[in-house]
Ligand binder design. Structure first.
Ligand code: SAH
Length: 258
């Protein structure tokens, strides 16, 4: 069996033999970067219809048409895991989105706190990063990057079944690895800015019955390290770490261009 190396996220619906088109950038990527040709195969997913193997039926500089031929994996959706984070500098932020996507975050919510010192959040660029990380990590859906909201707004949005795990580097807090919750509860992890939360913010977080203070140990972590550690600990306790990646192999029954 041949190995299919390329996975692409598309917005079109996917069903057997129904042609789909790629945008200019993806077409350029297949033709000029990967140097694929008509008859070659890629894997496609759209967050709704599972992952399909598709063969290229037409390829030019600005357009590519593909035919989905084989449903490789039925659609499944991961448990919701929201990451609320105070925006940080570009490099660490890209890293945060990429690693968070690999680790199974379903929603990225930038949160403006009083000590947030990053002025602009480029939601569209972050969404592109999330798409790329989803493509390479074998996810069947792409996490959503939402426009920023204030910390107050984010906490007001919590409903009774939500739990906000506020990672706090000082004061009383529960160890991340022993945190327990009921299955109906939907979990958000909150990470503060490089300057930490203000006293007012800490007071109102601690007063809120939907918020649990969480410790990630005695060292002060950078925001991106704190986020990735909290996600990993949560996933290892309550996530899908008992499942294994699926190998991307092309079935023998479909002729392929070598
Ligand atoms: N106020 C700090 C640094 C904040 S670190 C200072 O300048 O001294 C950025 C964020 O990472 C914090 O707001 C917190 O959400 C998280 N964080 C860092 N270390 C942590 C720890 N040991 N436990 C829990 N959260 C931590």
């Amino acid at each position: 069996m041949a190995k299919v190396k390329t996975r692409l996220y598309i917005r079109d619906r996917l069903s057997e033999q129904k042609p789909v088109s790629l945008d200019k950038q993806q077409s350029h990527f297949l033709k000029n970067v990967l140097r694929l040709e008509v008859g070659h195969a890629v894997a496609l997913f759209n967050g709704e219809d599972g992952e399909w193997y598709a063969t290229i039926s037409h390829l030019s500089k600005s357009n590519c048409e593909l035919l989905p031929v084989y449903l490789r994996q039925e659609q499944t959706n991961p448990r919701s895991l929201r990451l609320l984070f105070a925006p940080i500098k570009k490099g660490p932020l890209n890293f945060l989105i990429e690693k968070g996507t690999e680790l199974g975050v379903t929603v990225f919510q930038p949160v403006i706190t009083s000590r947030t010192n990053v002025e602009q959040v480029r939601v569209e660029r972050l969404q592109t990063n999330a798409i790329e990380a989803a493509e390479q990590s074998g996810r069947l859906e792409v996490p959503v990057v939402l426009p920023p909201v204030s910390l107050t707004e984010a906490t007001l949005k919590l409903s009774t079944n939500d739990r906000l795990l506020a990672c706090l580097e000082s004061g009383e807090a529960e160890q991340a690895s022993t945190y327990s919750f009921t299955p109906v509860q939907s979990i958000s992890i909150l990470i503060g800015p490089e300057g930490g939360f203000s006293q007012d913010e800490l007071d109102s977080l601690r007063k809120n019955s939907l918020v649990s203070a969480i410790s990630l140990g005695p060292r002060i972590l950078r925001a991106e390290t704190a986020a990735i550690s909290a996600i990993a600990v949560f996933q290892s306790q309550h996530g899908d770490w008992n499942e294994r990646p699926k190998k991307t192999l092309w079935p023998d029954s479909f002729p392929l261009k070598p």
